[in-house]
Design a protein around this ligand. Structure first.
Ligand SMILES: NC(=O)c1ccc[n+]([C@@H]2O[C@H](COP(=O)([O-])OP(=O)(O)OC[C@H]3O[C@@H](n4cnc5c(N)ncnc54)[C@H](O)[C@@H]3O)[C@@H](O)[C@H]2O)c1
Length: 282
């Protein structure tokens, strides 16, 4: 089935980036969120990100206008009924996503693939909320979506080969690089990255080094573009804690125990860059 119209659920950080790259890739996009102000904010963000592409000579002003025209913002999920592929990028809560998948299963044609951009929730579990488990797949984009090349394409236990291929081929058409991963807590990216960030936090908590010193070691010694504590602040310390808990619950190994300092900082409302305070002050 040719894919021409793509539905995106959730117009936040990731949803607006995903809508952006699909629109730039020539797809018609129906972008759905729960409040008009979130849709307005998403379209404003996409507009300014497209301006940046124009300023860098990567797109023309006509490309910008064409891309924006391809995005139809909607509040009513039923308007996704004519989509050929849907990707969910709503809040990282199982109950939110489960409700969306149950509803999409009712709304969308039976042959339509439903993908999730979840960072950590089981694709197999989401598939289990629908009557089309073979048509459910993970498509894990990275932030900022228009810039980052990687898409982890995640096979749930029941994901059909043709579903996996549809998601993988779409990623290639968006000029991204798909990497195949099987469903497991944290997939590959967060399974490996989060324990690194968590261990850096332990080092700070134990007084082995300051946050700045830990970050310098990784920037200068390992050629990382930013150190692990700066990265944790950018991701959001609450998000880091949620992911560590998914790893701990899902894998059961004590090595995934969230750092007590991380828990304390989240309790204090120090969530990183977005709250003005994390391992650094913003
Ligand atoms: N932020 C990142 O760096 C990042 C990276 C990769 C993957 N993800 C994943 O992408 C997803 C979205 O994350 P985000 O950072 O964009 O979050 P966000 O909070 O910026 O946006 C989530 C959006 O979903 C909307 N939403 C919530 N419930 C909804 C519903 N029932 N129907 C429609 N819209 C609904 C919210 O109103 C909000 O606009 C999560 O699953 C997250 O784990 C995030």
């Amino acid at each position: 089935m040719p894919i021409e119209r793509v539905g995106v659920i959730g117009a936040g950080t990731m949803g607006n980036g995903i809508a952006h790259v699909f629109a730039r890739g020539g797809y018609q996009v129906t972008l759905c969120d729960v409040e008009q102000r979130f849709l307005d904010r998403a379209l404003a963000t996409i507009g300014s990100n497209l301006d940046r592409e124009v300023a860098k000579g990567k797109a023309t002003t006509e490309d910008k206008a064409t891309a924006l025209k391809r995005i139809v913002p909607v509040l009513d999920r039923a308007q996704l009924a004519n989509c050929d592929f849907v990707i969910e990028a709503a809040t990282e809560k199982l109950e939110v996503k489960a409700e969306i998948f149950r509803d999409l299963d009712r709304i969308c044609r039976t042959e339509v693939v439903l993908a999730s951009n979840t960072s950590s929730i089981s694709i197999t579990k989401l598939a289990g909320t629908t009557k089309r488990p073979g048509k459910i797949v993970g498509m894990h984009f990275f932030n900022p979506v228009p810039v980052m090349k990687l898409v982890e394409v995640i096979r749930g236990l029941a994901t059909a080969q043709e579903t996996f291929e549809a998601a993988r081929d779409l990623a290639v058409k968006l000029d991204k690089t798909p990497v195949e991963v099987n469903d497991a807590p944290g997939f590959i990216s967060n399974r490996v990255l989060m324990p690194l960030l968590n261990e850096a936090m332990y080092a700070v908590m134990e007084g082995v080094a300051t946050a700045g010193a830990v970050d310098e070691v990784f920037k200068l010694g390992m050629a990382h573009p930013m150190g692990p504590l700066t990265l944790a602040d950018f991701i959001g310390l609450d998000v880091c804690l949620d992911i560590m808990r998914v790893l701990q619950d899902g894998l059961g190994d004590p090595k995934y125990r969230p750092c007590p300092l991380l828990i304390k900082m989240v309790d204090a409302g120090w969530l990183g860059k977005k709250s003005g305070r994390g391992f650094y002050k913003y």
